[in-house]
Design a protein around this ligand. Sequence first.
Ligand SMILES: *Cc1c(COP(=O)(O)O)cnc(C)c1O
Length: 434
Amino acid sequence: MRNDDKILQEYYEQMGISGGVFSFCSKIEKKLEERFARIDQVAECNQMKVLKAMQDNHLSEACFAPTTGYGYNDIGRETLEKIYADVFHTEDALVRPQITCGTHALALALMSQLRPGDELLSPVGKPYDTLEEVIGIRPSDGSLAEYGITYRQVDLLADGSFDWAGIENALNERTRMVTIQRSKGYDSRPTLSVDRIGELISFIKERRPDVLCMVDNCYGEFVELAEPSDVGADLVVGSLIKNAGGGLAPIGGYLCGKKECIEKAAHRLTSPGLGKEVGATLGVTSALTQGLFLAPTVVKGALKGAIFAANIYEKLGFTVIPDGTCSRHDIIQEVEFHDPDLMCAFCEGIQAAAPVDSFVRPEPWDMPGYDSKVIMAAGAFVSGSSIELSADGPMKEPYAVFFQGGLTWEHAKFGIMMSLERIVRTGKLKNIVT
Ligand SMILES: *Cc1c(COP(=O)(O)O)cnc(C)c1O
């Protein structure tokens, strides 16, 4: 072992990582060098894309001044929205602290475009859990269903491919909007690449050019060189406490897309007649903007963490989705434990590795919007932020943990080592690390 490695191991030892876990993980890291170099390059391109948008739109110190009250003529808000539109190559954008989370951003996108009698189609199977209540798949107060907006779903085929015939059949004269979830969310299907999303949108637009295509871009931003808006999406939507906020945004969501779609969304967010003109930013604009600036680098670290975790748990014989060699289209890593104890141990390790609340133990709870108990590990600077190192999952078969984030690669790596340390300590691991 080189001297530097020895020093490193000592630091990890102080943090509770045993020699066995350290050397097992170090070997895996070595094998990933080439892949990591490619990820660095994507981040470099995306960094230039973001920087150029900031320069082109004359981002200035004056943009960071807080506004209050109505927030008319908020130059920082207007500049940030132009920057988002440029980064996503769209006509316009709505980027607001008044959008409370990703679900809110998606609900806003759907409710602003759809009218009674319209139909929404998901050609990629079941949407993210919280959207079931927005749509009314699970009856809920204020859902689209209550407003007479119907929903149709075409599942992916068993091999993960699109059911082209099923999609063609499902399109009808009432179909007004298509919702495409890029990330697999709490599901075991593959995440969609931007290319595949492009194929799907082309197929739909060839048949029905008037149908709006929206992409739920949560966890996908800056993972690839292109975004869904580069391949025909009319609207892309996401949360600022995931990728796009770079870990610095304390709140917020974004919608980027066609001018007409953004206008409709603004009228739904504030009020008909007011639209984008109001919405004080209360001093958060600098965090939202600086967060976007850091986002490509932060996503890079999170992506390396996901790949590192996949390779470690695959080597130990668990099913990991995506697998260790698969190309990546979001920052989520699923590990299936088929055992509630191992799932909890994994989450305890992630929690113990956190900079905040490292001393608490995560426990399964009945989280609003989900239909089974959920365990969540997160010790974040921004509450609930899942671009920060976090792990969660519903407490039901296959007892799968969904792992994501890490503001730095170094921290993501430590979190994964800590998760393994806790799993080893359960004594349940068959091919034990020594
Ligand atoms: C996180 C997420 C959402 C919902 O975002 P919240 O901020 O948790 O409300 C929706 N869709 C996908 C794919 C997500 O990952």
